[in-house]
Design a binder for this molecule. Structure first.
Ligand SMILES: [Zn+2]
Length: 235
């Protein structure tokens, strides 16, 4: 691990417990450009860690400090996500500059880092999320090429097993399911006002990555039910 200290952090809100692990992509063309931005006091952004495409980990902000990575958004009713989370940036050009798969070496470095963080903080599986989960209107990262399913197989985060739904399964509206999973479906925050299609795309990016089209078809609806059901027993 390389120390690349960023000045962009402050104190976590009083009483805030670390309960969310948020993953991002940098959306920039190079590691150097991303590091320069995350350490630039003018930019006022940061994360706790950055992992480049070779698997090199940079430590930017101490975990007990509030890094500035989440911005406006919410997860499971928590609005100040920065105070409650640890943020990891993965170097990737992102959707704007040539989105590409996350290399094996990068994922191999991410895995033990996440496991280590989860050992040290009370973060439930359902609170291991992407930036777009908390800010569906503004963000797409880490996106549909990120292997959430593979991560869940290693005990990081939650991914549903496919179930066969018999007739008689209770029909809930998709919005209610999105809310139950954790998405903000209120109009409270203007920068992040609820938009069904964008929120559904954020959900698909995370849990149904081959169909991130915002269309509520049968498969997407079943996947909503699967995720909500899997989360029922996760604290
Ligand atoms: Zn992000």
């Amino acid at each position: 691990m390389i120390l690349s200290p960023s000045p962009n952090h402050n104190q976590r809100a009083f009483g805030a417990e670390i309960s969310i692990l948020m993953l991002h992509y940098t959306g920039m063309l190079s590691t150097a450009a991303a590091l320069a931005r995350l350490c630039d006091p003018e930019a006022q952004v940061s994360a706790h860690y950055l992992i480049d495409e070779t698997g090199q980990i940079h430590s930017l902000v101490p975990e007990d400090r509030r890094a500035w990575h989440a911005g406006a958004g919410s997860w499971r009713g928590m609005g100040d996500v920065n105070s409650a989370s640890i943020g990891i940036e993965l170097v990737n050009p992102g959707h704007e500059h040539g989105y590409r798969p996350f290399p094996k070496a990068q994922m191999a470095a991410l895995l033990p880092l996440c496991q280590d963080i989860l050992r040290r903080h009370p973060i439930p599986a359902r609170n291991v999320i992407g930036h777009s989960d908390a800010a569906p209107l503004r963000k797409q990262d880490p996106g549909e090429l990120f292997d959430w399913q593979g991560l869940a197989k290693q005990g990081i985060g939650l991914y549903p097993k496919t179930r066969i739904w018999q007739g008689g399964a209770k029909i809930l509206s998709a919005k209610a399911l999105l809310k139950q999973i954790g998405y903000d479906v209120t109009q409270q925050c203007q920068a992040n006002a609820y938009d069904f299609k964008k929120t559904l795309i954020a959900f698909q990016r995370h849990f149904h990555p081959r169909h991130c089209d915002g269309v509520l078809d049968q498969k997407t609806f079943m996947r909503l039910l699967d995720v909500a059901y899997s989360m029922k027993n996760d604290i």
